[in-house]
Write a protein that binds this ligand. Structure first.
Ligand code: FAD
Length: 373
């Protein structure tokens, strides 16, 4: 941390507590946060914080993203998938043509365009090469046909990166990413906002592409067949952000649990006085300390450009599994109140479950780690 980052953290906290938190219950009911809060976050300079200023971003680095992600995760504010938005912006920054960067990044930083990335399909998730969405060249454009599911920010997205096959005969080398601008886009349809067990304020949706025409300028990077390699090269960033959020959620859960057990009475003492409570929270506190050292080192490595996919996969695997264990332990100390949606710890419990599934499941993380042995 630096004094600059601390100042940035203060403005993030102010935004979250004064503007986002008061709207969270309504967003959970609705299933999405709405466009206005995205634009407000853009206005405050809280989107695309690690994108260079030349393209409208904040000109910061991954630590700015980590601060945002931490402050949201420790409060259980999961409605805006700012991390997916940033990941999308990074695909454009790292792989887009100059024209693509100029066209999209400033509007993403302003919150005018919410970003989504659509890989998963009803028939395939972990096995990305099994996708069936096709993009066929026809008269100076690509014609996109297929469907995607479980897409974060899907309902509000103004820009979707769609992973499609441009040449099915070539396997991984026949995959490309197309940039779809969703406004007034014939053939594009958003399906249901999916009814999930957690992340209630976040719009996870199905997307349908029925002969959607995307001009050739909408091919990410301007060359066919680069999609798989583009996806692979950004994995350390994506996986670390999940690890960062996991650890912050553990810290948030630990804090609210300490507060609860110190005031809740049972058998003439506080719940905090039971030896079991002390031991359970001692275990959680230890995991947090150990995790903090590892995650911070990964952040430093990412900044220095040396975080490899295997280590980032460890951060995602360990972080998401530890988050599940810690929040389960914390919830137990709330008794019945922990099972209530009204209580933050209950929401953190259901929100935590997805961390072991999206961005590559725990099993896939182990495969990747094992391949690096
Ligand atoms: C809330 C939410 C948000 C999401 N956001 C996005 C998004 O924004 N964009 C997007 O594209 N996708 C998104 N996803 C999809 C997510 O990434 C996939 O669900 C995930 O990758 C798993 O794919 P799957 O559901 O098809 O499960 P499957 O691939 O069918 O896996 C089923 C089980 O088999 C296991 N398995 C699969 N392969 C192996 C193997 N080789 N070895 C051992 N076990 C294996 C898996 O680990 C899992 O336990 C989201 C999902 C959810 C629920």
């Amino acid at each position: 941390m630096t004094p600059d980052l601390e100042t940035f953290r203060d403005s993030v906290v102010r935004f979250l507590e004064e503007e986002m938190q008061p709207q969270d219950a309504a967003a959970r009911q609705r299933g999405h946060v709405g466009h206005e809060i995205w634009r407000r976050a853009g206005e405050l300079g809280l989107l695309c914080t690690d994108i260079p200023e030349a393209w409208g971003g904040g000109g910061g680095d991954f630590r700015h993203e980590a601060v945002l992600c931490e402050e949201m995760a420790c409060r259980g504010l999961t409605g805006m998938s700012m991390s997916v938005h940033s990941i999308v912006a990074h695909y454009i920054l790292n792989h887009g043509t100059e024209a693509q960067k100029q066209r999209y990044l400033p509007r993403m930083a302003a919150g005018e365009l919410v970003g989504a990335i659509a890989m998963t399909e009803p028939g395939t998730g972990s096995d990305l090469q099994g996708i069936r969405t096709r993009a066929q060249r026809h008269e100076g454009a690509y014609v996109l046909h297929g469907s995607k599911t479980f897409i974060s920010n899907g309902f509000l997205a103004g820009l979707v990166l769609v992973v499609a096959k441009t040449d099915p005969a070539l396997g991984a080398k026949g995959m490309s990413i197309l940039i779809v601008e969703t406004e007034n886009c014939p053939g594009y349809r958003v399906g249901r906002v999916l009814d999930k067990i957690g992340l209630k304020a976040q719009d996870t949706s199905e997307l349908f592409f029925d002969q959607v025409r995307v001009s050739e300028d909408g091919l990410l990077g301007g060359r066919e067949g680069l999609g798989f390699a583009q996806l692979m090269s950004d994995l350390p960033y994506e996986r670390l952000i999940i690890g960062v959020a996991a650890l912050a959620a553990m810290e948030g859960a630990y804090k609210v649990t300490l507060e609860h057990v110190r005031q809740r009475q049972a058998f003439g003492q506080t719940v905090a006085d039971f030896q079991n409570t002390k031991f359970k929270l001692a275990e959680v506190a230890t995991e947090i300390q150990v995790g903090r050292a590892f995650i911070d080192r990964c952040v430093e490595d990412l900044l220095a450009g040396r975080l490899d996919t295997v280590t980032a996969s460890m951060a995602k695997l360990w972080g998401s599994e530890a988050q599940g264990r810690a929040i389960d332990t914390c919830l137990q100390l709330f008794g019945g109140y922990g099972y209530m949606n009204e209580y933050l710890i209950g929401r953190m419990y259901t929100d935590a479950r997805i961390q072991r599934i999206y961005g590559g499941t725990s099993e896939i993380m182990k495969e990747v780690i094992a391949r690096g042995m």
